[in-house]
Design a protein around this ligand. Structure first.
Ligand code: FPP
Length: 248
């Protein structure tokens, strides 16, 4: 079975899962963390090299303070409890997003975990935190404009490669597969540049109910799809086609 090198997931439906059970929304996030633990282990076991999870969006800052604080607390708790798993299984942690907005406590444990797992090479687990793709693109544009203004590059040197290298995901391949749970069919400001040729898969299952079986179902569907990157089916079958080489 062909497996994605990079799998990205929009974990949606924690709130609805809790509401259906007349529980506070945070109870859904708690269960959501358990799903994260399951999915990380399963992806590692399957041999997926990069897993990127949308854990907190730029827009999520607008949620009630209580929910934001609880999510930040859960994040710190998750990182502390998962360090052993990350070390045992060779998982390196990476963070993308405007992390300067995160509370000091969360930032501290994130920095520590990133540093401790730095030399792990079997899988990269990227958490998108305080992440919005437009914000990421704005930051990249500002950086490139600064470089041009300082004379370190000409505006004409800005191309697909230099833009990609100025994004938070610079060292990651583009996602091969994006999964969104809970039946919503939107990208919601996630990895807009990087998803250009990504296969999209929408699952009806709410994130707390997502499990190994649902993951395998998505991967099976992915392995059946033919990726053409703007070429014809025949070309893809004969060439060893890959993205980012001028095919649109
Ligand atoms: C979407 O559910 C989920 C989030 C906004 C946060 C995702 C967070 C977790 C799974 C837990 C924390 C993550 C880590 C990595 C420790 P929603 O609240 O938008 O659900 P709804 O659409 O049903 O309201």
């Amino acid at each position: 079975m062909r497996i994605p090198r990079h799998l990205a997931i929009i974990m949606d439906g924690n709130g609805r899962w809790a509401e259906q059970r007349q529980l506070p929304r945070i109870a859904g996030h708690h269960r959501g963390v358990e799903t994260v633990q399951t999915v990380v282990k399963e992806c590692r076991a399957i041999g997926i090299s990069c897993l990127t999870l949308y854990a907190f969006s730029s827009e999520n800052w607008g949620r009630p303070e209580e929910e934001v604080n609880a999510l930040m607390g859960l994040l710190a708790e998750y990182l502390r409890s998962e360090l052993k798993t990350m070390m045992d299984r060779g998982i390196r942690l990476k963070v993308i997003g405007e992390t300067s907005r995160l509370p000091v406590e969360a930032r501290k444990v994130l920095d520590e975990t990133v540093a401790r797992t730095r030399d792990n090479h079997d899988m990269v687990l990227t958490l998108a935190l305080s992440y919005g793709a437009r914000n990421e693109l704005v930051r990249a544009a500002r950086y490139l404009a600064g470089e041009a203004l300082a004379g370190r590059m000409a505006p004409g040197d800005i191309n697909d490669r230099t833009v990609a290298a100025a994004l938070d995901t610079a060292d990651l391949p583009d996602p091969d597969l994006l999964i969104r749970t809970s039946g919503e069919m939107r990208i919601s400001n996630f990895l807009l540049w990087q998803l250009a040729y990504t296969e999209l898969y929408f699952s009806e299952v709410l994130w707390p109910d997502f499990d190994e079986r649902e993951l395998r179902r998505a991967l099976k569907e992915y392995s059946r799809r033919q990726r053409r990157f703007g070429l014809t089916g025949e070309q893809v079958r004969t060439d060893d086609c890959c993205p980012g080489e001028g095919h649109h």
